[in-house]
Design a protein around this ligand. Structure first.
Ligand code: MN
Length: 210
């Protein structure tokens, strides 16, 4: 069992009313736990089948960035889906906080308006692109070859698969919002900004950009 479900820095009901407690409990305790369990099972299966335990030494980032070269084909889909799911959700919990934390700080406070026009323009562009993600997936602010970019990924694909470094990710699987928002993905996305931990997002950005 290499990977573990991370503890949250807040309780399930503290993101109310933006994200309801029942959604948080199922999302973290069942969905995310499921990705962790299936990722561990996939990695353990390689050692069971071949005796090779080298995958146990790899970080999650190494497994995802090296998916096509370093991960055996027999578990590549499992690592893509469940390793992506573990990485994506771990970031998601970290960049949320009760009551949010206002606006970007530090280098991000300068670079978001420089790239997207203004902070409000950034949120609008992020939501416009992410609301249009067909089916399950994620909206992302990433650092790519062109600096800051807004992208979406399908299913549990991590931006790391495509050479992007994730800075902020928003889960738009129906399990993230359906109990409270039903089919209104746009309402969920409009509200999510109320609970974004910009201090943490800025910290992640500075660790990538430096
Ligand atoms: Mn999810």
């Amino acid at each position: 069992m290499v990977f573990k479900l991370p503890q949250l820095n807040y309780s399930y009901d503290e993101l109310e009313p933006i994200i309801d407690a029942q959604t948080m409990e199922i999302h973290h305790g069942k969905h995310h736990q499921g990705y962790v369990d299936k990722l561990n099972a996939a990695i353990d299966s390689v050692e069971s089948d071949t005796g090779d335990s080298s995958l146990q030494q790899m970080s999650l980032e190494q497994l995802l960035t090296g998916l096509e070269t370093d991960v055996p084909e027999s578990i590549r889909t499992a690592v893509r889906n469940n390793g992506g799911g573990h990485a994506n959700h771990t970031m998601f919990w970290e960049i949320l906080t009760p009551g949010g934390s206002n606006e970007p700080i530090g280098k991000l406070a300068a670079d978001i308006p420089a790239k997207f026009g203004s902070f409000a323009d950034f949120k609008q562009k992020f939501n416009d692109l992410t609301v249009g993600q067909f089916g399950s997936g994620w909206g992302w602010l990433v650092v790519g070859k062109q600096g800051l970019e807004i992208i979406t990924t399908a299913n549990q694909d991590s931006p790391l698969l495509f050479g992007h470094k994730p800075v902020l990710g928003v889960d738009v699987w129906e399990h993230a919002y359906y109990l409270k928002y039903k089919n209104e993905r746009g309402s969920y996305l409009a509200n999510i900004w109320e609970v974004i931990n910009w201090d943490k997002v800025a910290e992640i950005y500075e660790s990538i950009a430096s």
